[in-house]
Design a protein around this ligand. Structure first.
Ligand SMILES: Nc1ncnc2c1ncn2[C@@H]1O[C@H](COP(=O)(O)OP(=O)(O)OP(=O)(O)O)[C@@H](O)[C@H]1O
Ligand SMILES: [Mg+2]
Length: 352
C-alpha cells in the first residue's frame, strides 16, 4: 500500500490467524487498520471523508491485497482513491459495485468508540442488523434497496401534497417489501440472540436479551399501522412507520443496557454483538472473516482483556489487534501469530 495517512509505502504478509500491532500514540496503528478496512468497505470507520485518508500532498492512495476465501481461492483486490475518484479491481477486472467487496470480505471493527453503537441513534443499530442479514441472506441487499426506493416514492408523494389516493397507491408495494424486510431481520435477530447471550455471560457474567423493535406499534400489522399513520404522515410529509424506524432493544436484568451497564460492560457487550455476528456467519457459511480491534486495552481491566482475547482467539477469523503496549495483551501461545511494530508510519514485523 502507499499514501495511506502517515504510513510509509509497505508490503506486509500478515498471519492468517492473529496479528498484534504495537506502537506509540500517533505512530500509525489505526491508519493501518483503516487500510485493511478500505479493502472490504471502500471507506473508513473513522471518517466519512475518504479524502482525509489520502496522505497529505499525495494525489492518491493505493491498497492492494491478496485475500484467500473459504474455498482457498486467492483473490487480488486493488483499490486506488484520488480526491475525486475511486477505482476498484477484483482479480484484474474493474468493478463498480463496492457491495461485491463487502460480500467477499466480511469485516468487523471494534474500537474505543464502539459503545456508541448503544448510545447513538437507532440508525447504527439498524446498520448492525443489516450487516448481518446482508452476509447470511442472498437477496437481502435487493430487498433493502427495493424498500428504500418505494419509501422514497411514497415520501415524494407526501412532500408534493399529492391526493390521498396517489399517496396510498404506494401502500401495497411498501407493505409487500416490508414483509420480506421485516421477516429477514426478525429471523436474523432470533438466531443471533442466543449467541450474544452466551458471549455476554462469558465476557462479563450477565445475560443480555435482544428484542427487535419493528418500527411500528407492537401488536399491530404493518398495513394497519400505515393506515393509522396517514394523517401524521401528511402533516410531517414523510412516512413515520416502517423498518426504516426499527431499533434493537437490549436489556440486562430487565433494564436497558444503556442505563443498566457500566461503560466497560457496554464495550464488552458491543464486542459480544460483533463476535456473535462473526460466529453466526462462520457457522452458516464457513466464510473467512476479518476482525479489527483498535486499542484493545482501552478501559478494560486485565481479567476482561484476557477473556476477550481468548474469545477472539476461538473464532476462525483473521484478527488484527492494535495496542500501545503488547505486554498488556495475552495471546494464547498455541495460536499462530505475528507481531508488527509501527514507528513514525513504518510497519515492521518483529521477529523473535
Ligand atoms: N492524511 C494524512 N496524511 C498524513 N498523516 C496523517 C493523515 N491523517 C492523519 N495523519 C497523521 O497520522 C498519524 C498516525 O495516526 P493514527 O491515528 O494512525 O495513530 P495511532 O498509532 O493509531 O495513534 P493512537 O495510539 O493515538 O491511537 C497522526 O500523527 C496523524 O496526525
Ligand atoms: Mg489509534
Amino acid at each position: 500500500m502507499h499514501s495511506v495517512r502517515n504510513l510509509a509505502e509497505c508490503k506486509i504478509e500478515p498471519d492468517a490467524r492473529f496479528n498484534l500491532i504495537e506502537g506509540v500514540n500517533a505512530s500509525g496503528k489505526t491508519s493501518f487498520l483503516e487500510a485493511i478496512y478500505l479493502i472490504s468497505q471502500v471507506k473508513s470507520f473513522r471518517t466519512h471523508r475518504i479524502n482525509h485518508i489520502i496522505q497529505y500532498k499525495k494525489p492518491e492512495l493505493q491498497v492492494v491485497a491478496k485475500y484467500q476465501d473459504h474455498t482457498e481461492y486467492t483473490h487480488v483486490i486493488g483499490l486506488s482513491r484520488s480526491r475525486s475518484t475511486t477505482k476498484i479491481h477484483l482479480n484484474k477486472q474493474v468493478i463498480n459495485l463496492s457491495s461485491k467487496l463487502a460480500a467477499l470480505v466480511p469485516i468487523q471493527v471494534i474500537t474505543p468508540e464502539s459503545h456508541r453503537l448503544l448510545e447513538d441513534g437507532p440508525k447504527y443499530r439498524r446498520q448492525f442488523i443489516d450487516w448481518g442479514v446482508f452476509h447470511v441472506e442472498h437477496g437481502f441487499l435487493q430487498t433493502w434497496k427495493d424498500y428504500h426506493r418505494t419509501l422514497r416514492q411514497r415520501n415524494a408523494a407526501l412532500r408534493q401534497n399529492q391526493s390521498k389516493q396517489q399517496i396510498q397507491s404506494w401502500d401495497q408495494p411498501l407493505t409487500e417489501v416490508t414483509q420480506k424486510f421485516h421477516q429477514a431481520r426478525v429471523e436474523y435477530i432470533d438466531a443471533l440472540a442466543p449467541i450474544v447471550k452466551s458471549y455476554t455471560e462469558q465476557l462479563f457474567g450477565e445475560v443480555v436479551s435482544l428484542e427487535y423493535l419493528s418500527g411500528w406499534p407492537k401488536g399491530e400489522g404493518f398495513t394497519e399501522a400505515l393506515e393509522k399513520s396517514y394523517e401524521q404522515d401528511c402533516q410531517f410529509r414523510h412516512t413515520r412507520v416502517g423498518p426504516h424506524r426499527a431499533d434493537l432493544s437490549m436489556k440486562s436484568n430487565g433494564i436497558t443496557v444503556q442505563v443498566g451497564l457500566s461503560r466497560g460492560q457496554q464495550k464488552l457487550l458491543v464486542c459480544a454483538l460483533r463476535l456473535a455476528q462473526i460466529q453466526y456467519l462462520q457457522h452458516l457459511s464457513q466464510q473467512s472473516c476479518i476482525i479489527l480491534v483498535d486499542d484493545l486495552p482501552a478501559e478494560l481491566d486485565k481479567a476482561h482483556r484476557d477473556r476477550l482475547m481468548a474469545l477472539l482467539d476461538e473464532t476462525d477469523a483473521q484478527i488484527f489487534v492494535t495496542t500501545t503496549d503488547a505486554k498488556l495483551l495475552a495471546v494464547n501461545p498455541q495460536t499462530s501469530k505475528k507481531v508488527f511494530h509501527v514507528e513514525h508510519g513504518k510497519i515492521k514485523e518483529v521477529v523473535y
